[in-house]
Design a protein around this ligand. Structure first.
Ligand code: COA
Length: 533
């Protein structure tokens, strides 16, 4: 046993002051999440209920097993965009357990612009499918959508990661044995029709669900045929005549029940490669995290204190504790599942990169998933660092992360800047899940560093000798404002660069759910990366 002993005085003024400030941040997060779930569209929600239809989260509640959690992803997608009228980007995604089988669930929200696809809707849909692929899970589509949001058609239609890619992924997932299932509760028009039709199982709600490549207005325009929606593509038509649907149901609960039966027959078996232990709570309360991680990011904090409140029994088997100390590595258990933790406790030096690379290789050898806890302003700069080979050593860490075969999870606790973001498995390095805390900041560099870079670049450029102090001040002010806005976690989560902005106190349980999915290892390529020595 190697218990982490806390040095925190929870009665100190500093702790209490920070906790109060962090609680206010959590309050804001909860308010914004509540708005995303049901705010700003009372009339649409009322109309939906009057039509005898349920909301997407109500449908999910009926679909998943009673008393099991639903891990909702990216609730704040599209936050502060489109005048905040595309709540959750009009789509709910996440992981829920259906008849004992964890499934990725993708549910359109008809109360947000008819469930149409904004650019973030497409990204959220694709990300959920990628999560299914990485974690090897079936996907359930709860369809109720008007297809592309036409005013933004150029941002959703034909690009490589646009609507067409969702169909590509559906076909690829199915081919890999990851069953695709759907229930159609409302519109499923044009390209959107492929969402249910590319599924291995389709059930439609009679009188409500509709599937057609072109709706009545398009049919009228194209071939002058006048036809109503039900005749064109209702549940009866597609279940009895065209065979596009496999079955129909008379109500939404009945359709969800049929989906549950289909999932129960999948013969899906969980593959847990980890040797688990009985779970134990940490020795210190997770609520204390709010007093530990400073709201003012300029203040330092000790990552051991964070680890101690996330892991079982606060028991941490540390790797190389006396070498490259700014990168803390070690094996622990979360909810009984082993995990190799890589956490920042200072800037990254060459020794830290080597230690991180070594540890990643070790966890790969032992099939232990990796958890990256970010508080990194970057790799060390300067002559001494360059002479130590920081560029090649940091590249080894990037190489090891990219080629790692075990599942990877990232949590951005505070800073995640510069190449440190890559070495620590930022979004571009394809973590299985990446979550941010309200105190996180993700950017190329800290804002004040960017101010210096931008003003120095201006002074050194053409005509730099004539630049006035007023012009430099303006550059500094604009750069500071840009970094404040773009490094903010709400900016990040709105654009799907994470899988959700989460409360620190919920992190342990969320990670436990992710680990319990038992994601399989990436297949062996037979090659080993060429490390630059
Ligand atoms: N693009 C942009 N906006 C759309 C849209 C689309 N494809 N489909 C619906 N909307 C908007 C509506 O204008 C309305 O906006 P408002 O609230 O600002 O007035 C809102 O979404 C809700 O639409 P509404 O028709 O009132 O809701 P509904 O529940 O009665 O019907 C649909 C929803 C999706 C079935 C219906 O709107 C529809 O058939 N839309 C067109 C679908 C289509 O042809 N898509 C082709 C995409 S390639």
């Amino acid at each position: 046993m190697a218990l982490i002993k806390t040095k925190i005085d929870t009665r100190s003024d500093a702790f209490q002051k920070n906790k109060a400030a962090y609680e206010a941040m959590v309050g804001t997060l909860r308010e914004r999440q509540a708005y995303a779930v049901s705010g700003g569209r009372d009339k649409q929600i009322e109309r939906n209920h009057e039509r005898g239809k349920f909301l997407p989260r109500e449908r999910i509640d009926m679909l998943i097993d009673p008393h099991t959690p639903f891990l909702e992803l990216s609730t704040l997608a599209a936050w502060d965009k489109y005048k905040n009228a595309a709540q959750s980007a009009g789509i709910v995604t996440g992981i829920g357990i259906v008849t004992g089988t964890p499934c990725v669930i993708i549910a359109n929200d008809p109360t947000v612009k008819g469930g149409t696809f904004f650019p973030e809707t497409v990204q959220k849909h694709i990300r959920a499918q990628e999560i299914a692929l990485q974690n090897r899970l079936p996907v359930v589509y709860l369809v109720d959508s008007g297809g592309a949001f036409l005013p933004h058609q150029d941002e959703v239609f034909s690009g490589p990661r646009h609507f067409g890619h969702t169909f590509y992924l559906q076909a690829r997932l199915s081919a890999q044995g990851l069953t695709q299932l759907s229930a159609v509760f409302g519109g499923s028009t044009a390209g959107g029709a492929y969402i249910p039709v590319l599924c291995d199982y389709v059930v439609m709600v009679r009188g409500k669900g509709r599937i057609f490549l072109g709706g009545p207005p398009i049919v009228k325009e194209a071939i002058k045929e006048i036809v109503d929606q039900e005749t064109l593509g209702g549940a009866e038509k597609h279940t009895r005549v065209s065979g596009v649907s496999d079955d129909f149901a008379d109500s939404e609960p009945e359709a969800l029940g049929k989906l549950r039966e289909a999932i129960a027959r999948l013969n899906w078996r969980r593959q847990v490669h980890a040797k688990t232990k009985p779970a134990k709570p940490p020795r210190y309360a997770t609520e204390e995290l709010l007093g530990i991680v400073p709201v003012d990011r300029k203040q330092v904090f000790d990552m051991y204190e964070v680890i101690a409140r996330l892991i079982d029994d606060s028991d941490f088997d540390e790797f190389k504790p006396h070498f490259g100390e700014e990168l803390v590595c070690g094996v622990a258990y979360i909810h009984g599942y082993p995990v190799g933790i890589i956490a920042n406790n200072g800037i990254l030096f060459s020794e830290c990169s080597l230690k991180g690379t070594h540890f990643i290789e070790k966890c790969n050898q032992r099939n232990i998933p990796l958890l990256f806890l970010h508080n990194i302003t970057g790799f060390m700069v300067g002559t001494k660092a360059e002479e130590s080979g920081i560029a090649k050593h940091s590249s080894k860490m990037v190489y090891a992360v990219a080629n790692s075969r075990v599942p990877k999870y990232s949590v951005i606790v505070s800073h995640s800047c510069g190449a440190g973001n890559y070495g620590m498995c930022g979004a571009g390095l394809m973590p299985h899940f990446l979550f941010t805390w309200p105190t996180s900041f993700i950017a190329t560099m800290a804002g004040e560093t960017a101010v210096v870079v931008m003003t120095e670049v201006k002074k050194a450029g053409i005509g730099g000798d004539k630049v006035t102090q007023a012009e430099l001040d303006k550059i500094a002010e604009d750069t500071r404002a840009l970094y404040t806005e773009q490094g903010d976690p709400y900016h990040i989560t709105a654009r799907l660069w994470d899988d959700g902005l989460i409360e620190p106190t919920k992190t342990r349980d969320i990670l436990g759910l992710c680990l319990a999915l038992g994601a399989t290892l990436e297949p062996e390529t037979g090659y080993h990366p060429v490390y630059r020595m």
